[in-house]
Design a protein. Structure first.
Length: 145
């Protein structure tokens, strides 16, 4: 019985020590959007957080707009992220900004199927060693026609 308790404490200690280490594979988490409903003329901002052990992230983030009921409204693209100082055990936030019919911002594809787009955005980060993060997915976003 005593050995079982000691073994359990050892395992618990082992797992708790590894919890804060950065992974070789980039980690990406969706945090928020500045709104859930957007109209033409709005600026759309997504905030993501990331970590990477090597600090060797590429200069682009893969972004996909997925509208399940309207294939014409979907898009996939690489979003250029600004350069930033890199180093081991890198962490930070990425803000992805689109203009919904707003000049001066990367354009977002608006509704293409004669109704509002009810969609999600998916994000993937890749490093120079070709390791890809898990897909971070936004909450449901509505683009008003």
């Amino acid at each position: 019985m005593r050995n079982t308790i000691l073994f359990s404490i050892f395992i618990l200690f082992l797992f708790s020590c590894n919890k804060n280490k950065y992974s070789t594979i980039p980690q990406l988490k969706y945090k928020s959007a500045n709104n859930k409903v957007f109209r033409s003329g709005d600026i759309i901002k997504f905030t993501l957080s990331f970590t990477d052990a090597e600090g060797d992230l590429q200069d682009s983030l893969y972004v996909e707009k997925f509208e399940p009921k309207c294939v014409n409204s979907r898009f996939k693209q690489l979003y250029k992220i600004p350069s930033f100082p890199t180093g081991k055990n890198q962490s930070g936030e990425i803000t992805v900004t689109y203009g919904y019919n707003v000049s001066g911002y990367p354009p977002i594809l608006g509704p293409q199927c004669n109704r509002n787009d009810t969609c999600v955005f998916k994000f993937v980060l890749k490093d120079k060693a070709q390791n890809k993060s898990d897909t971070a997915t936004s909450e449901t976003i509505v683009l008003i026609r």
